[in-house]
Design a protein around this ligand. Sequence first.
Ligand code: CTP
Ligand code: CA
Length: 227
Amino acid sequence: QELLQKRRDFAGLCCLVTAGATRETIDPVRFLSNRSSGKMGMAIAEELRDRGGQVTLILGPTHLEPPCGLEIVRVESAQDMYHAVMEREANADMIVKTAAVADYRPVATSEHKVKKQAGNLMLELERTPDILQELGMRKRPGQLLVGFAAETQDLDRYALDKLHRKHLDLVVANDVSKADAGFAVDTNAVRIYDASGLLAATPLLSKREVARTIVNHMCDRWRRNQD
Ligand code: CTP
Ligand code: CA
């Protein structure tokens, strides 16, 4: 009976979620990107929506159909995502940064297709803005900030380092070197931390089930932040 009754524990809360990869343009036919598909972020957005949240999903390029019943903002580059997030962050009760934002972009974008030539090609790259770091600096009292950490080794150390460095309430780490956890698959296994350390470690589950666990921890933390 309880299963049939949907929890509405996010009713009226304004939730900002980012998902997917970003694309950094090299020339009219080429870009730099990564393996993220946006599935994990979409699953979190759906879970928040089903629990009553008013969700805005800022979504990088993906062939997947985005969920209905929420506001979708399509972006391409890290810079686009930065602007889309910063325009909306002041209104958000909680922000979940699932997106795999490119860390580097080409210093210059070529107007015309780059032609091949003898020998190697050097591509000069510069850092993109760290959106989550900026959100951590701007964070309002009571606002909930959740980051992700995609790692291939030393999950606990790197994830907690990101939590402290970016002033996060929660950080969700996944080992992206495992074939069935992480990029572009329907399953994931995550470890969730707050400043006191590890809160939960899930087994391999569907991304929707992982989303439910993450959102449950967000709910606990949100309630405690309001006290
Ligand atoms: N992030 C961001 N803006 C960036 C890079 C990352 O907002 N330019 C966010 C991601 O959305 C994620 C978190 O920061 O929630 C951690 O991303 P991750 O790539 O794991 O860590 P980085 O801080 O970029 O460090 P590194 O890639 O060197 O591990
Ligand atoms: Ca990164």
